[in-house]
Design a protein around this ligand. Structure first.
Ligand SMILES: Cc1cc2nc3c(=O)[nH]c(=O)nc-3n(C[C@H](O)[C@H](O)[C@H](O)COP(=O)(O)OP(=O)(O)OC[C@H]3O[C@@H](n4cnc5c(N)ncnc54)[C@H](O)[C@@H]3O)c2cc1C
Length: 528
């Protein structure tokens, strides 16, 4: 899967057509997909400008600071760290000199409303011991599930995660493998074919929720996460996810990537099947040879491109796609520490399938919920003042296709979550609260321009994966590229970092060099 980077680089050099031998690229969106793309483009020799409407880097992985507490706003679980390592290696550097990654054990604690609890992670033997406490009959099934996950990983991750799906034939070549792995089945259905115990079925089916999917609908390709976690472990970066973003920010700066924050791209100008320029909210226009969108693809097609430039298939995708769920994320600090709370806890309420149906299908905000609780201070005391704990708790909720008025219900929803945490996990919580603030799907829409305020762009369904997802290069506009959660391979940090590798692979075969040559006599990029 690791393409020969030097060969690609020299192929690309042969394509250069600007007098100084450099192509110009603008990347819109400084999420992990955009940052990784900016670095990969830079390593290929492009002049790169990265633009984001936020005032800080990271996109969903930005950082909030309040009263001495540091909160990672979004992703918290680091898997497949080699994908970050590769970005440093592009410039002859070592990740370990910039980021202090620590393996976690357990990876997650899954707590049930009835008080049962399961520590997931460590070695297979550790997990088998936990399984025995629930149901010894499921031991063998789990071993077979991990083996099945390895087979899915060998195709879904090793072969396909950095492989472009631009043409239907790219998909056709993979169909036999995907059918052999029964990828049309859901994650829950796959897990249930190996595991019988109802608690264990839930425990081993939660992964799709980490990438915006309902375990009952998400393609079983995502069962590869079981093996991905086994292969590389689950990690935490000291200083939080923000420390990774900051290290990548320094790497970009040292390599000459220009970063422009606090500016929203309002329109892309398309002339003769090429994006010619983009306009910003300060009234300026920027030109480049290629444009890479890390912004949400359905939003780009609907609002940034001129009417008529999107293909019929993409219009269909925008209207007919299922969008991932929304997220209610509550950040809070406490004046005491809760030593017995693990770094990552998944707390499951009584309902599972019915609750997921409420969130994903009925789009109805239920009275009950299941929660993910992040306690970085379990590993890293620098994330809160001495003697305190910093947390975030996340509840999957309907996206804005539902009819929830968050201005009206937000505070009440927050209070119910705090009550539940207090009675099940964090005694006397409200007495020890320093502050709290939250994000709803409305904030995801307003801050990240995510269509329907979805947490993870379109859902990870079989019919929305690979060629069926928004392509990494527009089918009509050959200097317009896409990376990030809404494109192949999909959401989650490993997914969006892999999308930047897909970009790199697509660029090598791109016809953009010809188009650039044809424009040689035009004013230089960004001279408008
Ligand atoms: C609460 C939460 C928890 C998560 N937990 C995990 C986890 O533990 N592990 C994991 O692997 N994944 C996790 N994920 C998923 C993962 O964080 C995301 O899939 C991934 O970070 C998205 O990266 P991206 O490259 O798609 O860009 P994004 O982070 O979505 O960034 C896109 C950027 O583009 C900007 N933008 C959009 N439109 C414009 C415009 N017109 N002009 C200028 N800028 C624009 C946005 O402001 C944004 O900054 C989590 C997500 C959330 C929200």
């Amino acid at each position: 899967m690791f393409a020969n980077f030097n060969t690609q680089k020299s192929q690309l050099s042969a394509m250069r057509s600007e007098p100084d031998g450099r192509l110009n690229a603008i990347v819109v969106g400084a999420g992990f997909g955009g940052i990784a793309s900016a670095l990969r483009l830079r390593a290929l020799g492009y002049e790169v400008e990265l633009i984001d409407r936020q005032t800080d880097l990271g996109g969903r992985a930005r950082v909030f600071q309040k009263d001495g507490f540091i909160y990672d706003a979004g992703p918290t679980v680091v898997t497949a760290p080699f994908l970050f390592e590769e970005l440093f290696e592009l410039f002859g550097q070592r990740m370990a000199d910039h980021i202090d990654l620590r393996p976690l054990d357990p990876w997650y604690r899954i707590s049930f409303a009835d008080g049962k609890s399961f520590d997931y992670g460590g070695t297979i033997e550790d997990t088998l011991q936990e399984i025995e406490r629930f149901d010894p009959d499921d031991r063998d099934g789990y071993v077979r599930l991990v083996e099945m996950s390895r087979k899915i990983f060998d195709v879904g991750f090793v072969k396909l995660s950095d492989h472009p799906f631009l043409r239907l034939t790219d998909l056709a070549a993979q169909i036999p493998h995907l059918l052999a792995l029964k990828s049309y089945r859901s994650v829950f259905s796959l897990v249930s074919s190996y595991i019988k115990n109802p608690y264990l079925r839930k425990i081993f089916s939660v992964h799709p929720l980490l990438v915006g999917g309902n375990p009952f609908d998400t393609t079983s390709i995502y069962a590869l996460i079981h093996y991905l976690e086994r292969k590389w472990g689950v990690h935490y970066a000291m200083g939080g996810m923000g420390a990774i973003v900051a290290a990548l920010g320094r790497l970009m700066e040292s390599q000459g990537v220009k970063v422009r924050l606090g500016r929203t791209v309002e329109q892309l100008e398309v002339v003769d099947g090429q994006v010619r320029s983009l306009s910003l909210d300060d009234g300026t226009r920027r030109r480049a040879d290629i444009f890479v969108m890390n912004a949400d693809p359905p939003y780009v097609y609907k609002y940034l491109l001129p009417a008529g430039s999107s293909s019929r298939l993409n219009n269909l995708r925008i209207e007919k796609s299922e969008y991932s769920m929304g997220l209610f994320v509550l950040y809070f600090g406490t004046t005491r520490q809760y030593e017995d709370i693990a770094h990552h806890t998944i707390w499951m309420g009584d309902r599972f399938k019915g609750l997921l149906k409420d969130i994903f299908h009925r789009k109805h905000l239920a009275e009950d919920f299941s929660l993910y609780l992040h306690r970085p201070t379990a590993t890293d005391s620098s994330m809160a003042p001495a003697g305190c704990d910093g947390f975030y708790v996340l509840s999957p909720v309907p996206n804005l296709q539902g009819n929830v008025n968050w201005d009206e219900v937000g505070d009440r929803y927050r209070d119910r979550i705090l009550e539940t945490l207090e009675s099940h996990l964090l005694p006397d919580l409200r007495q020890h609260l320093v502050h709290s603030f939250y994000m709803t799907p409305v904030d995801f829409r307003n801050d990240y321009l995510s269509l329907w305020g979805s947490g993870f762009s379109i859902s990870p369904l079989f019919r929305q994966s690979a060629w069926f997802r928004f392509h990494n290069r527009d089918p009509r506009i050959d200097n317009l590229y896409f990376v990030g959660a809404g494109t192949h391979p999909g959401a989650g940090v490993p997914g969006v970092l892999s999308s930047a590798k897909v970009l790199q692979n697509v660029l090598i075969k791109s016809p953009v060099a010809g188009s650039v040559a044809a424009r040689k006599n035009e004013p230089p990029p960004n001279a408008l």
